[in-house]
Design a protein around this ligand. Structure first.
Ligand code: PLP
Ligand code: ZN
Length: 392
């Protein structure tokens, strides 16, 4: 049996199809490209004997040859019940998928593992990318593992640990006095001046999303293919939520899941909520958010390339988009830590502030099962904890 059922790349905007076995970025029309697969001859039972990492879904991943898999053991993170905190929120069937327990401490390892593996497979040896921090840490680590060069451009305001992670694994780091869009502009001009780098920016290459979609595959498998009512995701570039949506549709094509898909909720901060604003106005895509600022730094994305796909994902699943205040998300971060013993990241905590709002408004109904993605470890954000008392 073939390792990957990858067939071709398809443009979700103009419908064009492209050969997947070439080095390629965006569709010439400017849209991100999505990987499409032949429906593999795979049964649920076949998964049972496979290792508990994301490569267990290799037929639905784009890497054609197992020798090209670059792995640090990513995937199959815990799906934890949060009974005490859930009772406090009025959501008894609350689950948290904890992506803090993965190499480099955030879900970005998934996109990097698959993105770097596939880039290597089609011949890329040097990557360059803008990042809000965590994706840079992850791509630098997997590039090192693959023996590839990496250049990472990151806002000065990104978590400091991410700078250290990038330099620790030997990648080139460029700090940018600005936001992720300014880092992206730097990368664009660098690639023009120094050809040979592959632009691995969010959604400018087609395979990061394939890694991130494994969050959706795992949620379905961990719940024994019975889907939850709602999945809540902190949305920056939007790749995670689009990936989960893509995964669920692929499982439906395989015949492994039935019925309506979970309602997908895109959560942003009131300090940077372009997708929420577009959702509320009924627009097909977002407008750039001025003066973006939030403590949940990973979701500081004033204008996402894949915004139209996020809006489509939430519309088609009867989901919604919600903005939360920094103060509220920090309060939830501390409550989750104190009631459940889990120190989550601010982006993950934003979900819980949204769940509280949605339960209070009745959008989440009593008895519904809700899955929230904690996208990273609180350990990467020690500044969210108040200064310690002097114990000497
Ligand atoms: C911890 C964390 N959560 C969420 C996000 C947003 O991810 P996405 O691009 O999938 O919307 C990021 C992006 O940097 C992040 O670092
Ligand atoms: Zn196109």
């Amino acid at each position: 049996m073939t390792f990957s059922a990858l067939s071709h790349l398809e443009c979700p905007r103009c419908g064009a199809t492209h050969d997947a076995d070439q080095i390629i970025g965006l569709c010439p029309c400017g849209s991100p490209l999505l990987a499409r697969y032949d429906v593999p001859a795979l049964r649920k039972e076949d998964l049972a004997s496979r290792a508990p990492d994301l490569w267990r879904y290799h037929e639905l991943l784009p890497v054609r040859s197992p020798e090209n898999v670059v792995t640090l053991g990513e995937g199959m993170t815990p799906l934890l019940p949060l009974p005490r905190y859930g009772a406090e929120l009025g959501v008894d069937r609350l689950l948290m998928k904890d992506e803090g327990l993965i190499p480099t401490g955030t879900f970005k390892a998934r996109g990097a593992a698959v993105g770097v593996s596939r880039a290597y497979e089609v011949g890329v040896r040097k990557i360059a990318m803008p990042t809000n921090g965590n994706a840079g840490s992850a791509w630098a680590a997997y590039a090192a593992r693959a023996g590839m060069e990496a250049l990472i451009a990151m806002p000065i305001a990104a978590p400091e640990i991410c700078r250290r992670e990038v330099t620790a694994v030997g990648a080139r780091l460029q700090l940018i006095d600005g936001l992720i869009g300014d880092a992206a502009a730097y990368i664009r001009s660098l690639i023009q001046e120094q050809p040979g780098y592959f632009d691995a920016s969010t959604l400018k290459e087609p395979y990061r999303i394939e890694g991130k979609k494994t969050m959706g595959l795992e949620i379905a498998e961990q719940l024994n293919w019975q889907l939850p009512d709602v999945i809540v995701y902190p949305t920056g570039g939007g790749v995670g939520i689009i990936g989960i949506w893509k995964a669920l549709n692929e499982l439906r094509d395989l015949g492994w899941i039935e019925g309506p898909l979970p309602r997908l909720v895109a959560v942003q901060s009131t300090g940077c909520a372009p997708i929420v604003r577009a959702w509320e106005k009924g627009l097909p895509e977002s407008e750039p958010w001025p003066d973006a600022k939030t403590v949940a730094f990973g979701i500081t994305v004033p204008k996402a390339l894949g915004d139209f796909l996020v809006l489509q994902a939430i519309a088609e699943t009867n989901g919604c988009a919600v903005a939360v205040d920094d103060e509220d998300l920090l309060a939830e971060l501390h409550q989750v830590a104190q009631l459940e013993g889990s120190f989550i990241c601010p982006e993950g905590a934003a979900n819980f502030a949204a769940i509280r709002q949605l339960r209070e408004s009745g959008w989440i109904r009593a008895g519904e099962q809700v899955v929230a993605l904690n996208t990273g470890a609180g350990l990467k954000y020690p500044e969210t904890v108040p200064p310690l008392p002097d114990l000497r």
